[in-house]
Design a protein around this ligand. Structure first.
Ligand code: PTJ
Length: 249
């Protein structure tokens, strides 16, 4: 049995687990109510995808891991959905690639910032950025513009999971290399990403950490060649094709 009292071989296990985590996140003051809607949208795409990591998403996770290992200052951005769904896995990925973790919220309140920071620390994060907010992303008028100057503000590679696209576009305009995790291959975030991972974050983050640990001994040339051989447009197209042609069971 699992954290939701369901056998892991239940056909809807992953979807029920995801819902349970988001619900618990709302109860804990981590996830916004809008996060419930975002989850529903993601779930619909995942259903059509067959709730599996398609080969192109696995290649994207591999390229993302290599890109993070090559980065000078990688940062993983965390919002209320990400914290509720994959807090320990984010901490593990940050550890595997030497990245910082920074909270960045659309519905930013001091209470939610504190609740998410505490939740990440409970799951092993030493340092959580985002609370200083002494930097700004140019061209954004809402709360997501607030970043730490020594975090996302100066990062060269940023992991941007589960959000709408305006910040993703603004970060790309700042010249940052973006890794986006989003089940919607047509979202603006996925479109502005150097590496779009069309997969459920529940599967994508541990998969990235597994790839990173396999790549840790590789030299820069080998990592560069993994990144260079990745084709973002082809990955988005493969995700869209799988969703449009998916066989519903
Ligand atoms: O915590 P906050 O205040 O920063 O708010 C965060 C939300 C998620 C509410 C906010 O960023 C938002 O409204 O996002 P959107 O515009 O609904 O976009 C979320 C994207 O993530 C959509 O394209 C969904 O398909 C996708 N998505 C949702 N759940 C998952 C997902 N992608 C991967 N894995 C998921 N589990």
């Amino acid at each position: 049995m699992s954290e939701i009292d369901l056998p892991e071989d239940h056909p809807r296990y992953q979807s029920l687990l995801t819902r349970h985590r988001i619900e618990a996140g709302v109860e804990k003051g981590i996830t916004s109510k809008q996060g419930l809607i975002a989850e529903g949208r993601g779930e619909a795409f995942d259903y059509l995808l067959g709730e599996r990591t398609i080969p192109s998403a696995d290649q994207a996770a591999q390229a993302a891991a290599a890109q993070l290992l090559l980065a000078d200052q990688p940062v993983i951005s965390v919002n209320g959905n990400v914290a509720a769904l994959v807090a320990p896995e984010i901490v593990d990925l940050a550890d595997a690639v030497g990245a910082d973790i920074e909270i960045n919220l659309f519905n930013r309140t001091p209470d939610r910032m504190a609740a998410i920071a505490a939740h990440l620390r409970e799951h092993g994060a030493d340092e959580v950025k985002g609370l200083t907010a002494d930097g700004r992303i140019p061209g954004l008028s809402h709360e997501r513009a607030k970043v730490d100057a020594d975090g996302i503000g100066s990062a060269d590679v940023v992991v941007v999971p589960l959000e709408d696209g305006d910040r993703a576009e603004a970060l790309a305009a700042m010249g940052k290399t973006e890794i986006v995790i989003d089940l919607n291959p047509l979202s603006r975030s996925a479109e502005s990403a150097a590496i779009p991972i069309i997969d459920n974050i529940i599967r994508a983050v541990p998969n990235m950490a597994t790839h990173a640990r396999k790549q840790q001994e590789m030299d820069r040339e080998a990592l560069d060649s993994i990144v260079d051989s990745f084709d973002a447009a082809a990955a988005r197209n493969a995700g869209e094709t799988a969703i449009r042609n998916g066989e519903l069971s």
